[in-house]
Design a protein around this ligand. Sequence first.
Ligand SMILES: [Zn+2]
Length: 403
Amino acid sequence: MKKSIIILADGMADEPIETLGWKTPLQYAHTPYMDKLAKKGITGKLQTIPKGFHPGSEVANLSILGYNLLQIYEGRGVLEAASMGIAILPNELAMRCNLICIENNLIKNHSAGHIDTKEANTLICFLNKKLGSKQIKFHTGISYRHLLVIKNGNKHIKCIPPHDVQFYPFYSVMIQAKIPEAEETANLINNMILNSQDLLKNHPINQQREIAGKDPANSIWPWSPGYKPTIKTMQETYGFKNGAVISAVNLIQGIGIYAGLKNIFVKGATGLYNTNYEGKAKAAIQALKTNDFVYLHIEASDEAGHEGNVMLKVKTIENIDNYIVRPIYETIEQCNKLITIGILPDHPTPCSIRTHTNKPVPFIIYKFGCTPDSVNEFNEFSVENGILGTLKGDFFIKKLFEL
Ligand SMILES: [Zn+2]
């Protein structure tokens, strides 16, 4: 069986930036290994966000793995539930539930100042006691990212991701029913948001946070609703035997579970820019010995983009090149030349706007001995001359597997 690995640099693509001499971070960064692979491999662009979908990581990553979003998309709550080991039943509605910070009725941030999991767990357990019932259950996830499950909830509601409405009055972006049958669910959740604000306001954890100068976690914010999806595993679709996913992000881990990929956990993999790059590369190299397909996801560049920190983003890209791409490429060249390498971001996260966009992303596919195209370096513009042009749907993953 042919083997392949995707190195997924979350949010790596960007726009030209004045302080970088109108280069993108990927153009500006010193990336000799990605450039070498672009030179030796074939390149193009991939439209990872299908028409009508928002540029979320769950949409982009499912798309890269070849899934037809129109057929399988059920929001990110259900995917994160899978990573948390929580089974969603056919009559249940699952939603991502953020702990957020509201100040003077405005959404100050979507993360309650990146609250840690221990404090968040206390608050989520407290909310579960006060607001939970046979119908409603909260589950603790990681940091500010949690799960809300509502029995017999209706998914046809309009929910706004809190990171898209920073500094909006919270009541102006609350949940709305899209169809009359969903009215009850929308009201139920909106009441829960208001109740959570009353309950969390004076909670000791928040009092301590405020004394320490941290943002209080003083509201829940549920979004991305969906039912249990029906997703074929990648083995079923592409006929390989076994695959693995390496990611610090529970959304990607959940996608892995539905896609039939085994999750491999790496010590020190944080999902931030200080992540254990070397450890993740080592784990991927190890995983390739026993797996036909490895999906190695690195979140760091996306976080830097969300912070709007240009030089940090450049650094994360250089780290990915040196600590991820270099060892994987060198090991493959030495040990098993038959492994195909794919490198791409899932979506751009431009530092200038600090959120995702839906532009096509640049990609490389490389396998020893393949006939290269004319592209000599890897960035958003160089690949416009790539031989594969702009791909959509499952064309990228099929190309990767067939090479
Ligand atoms: Zn992001």
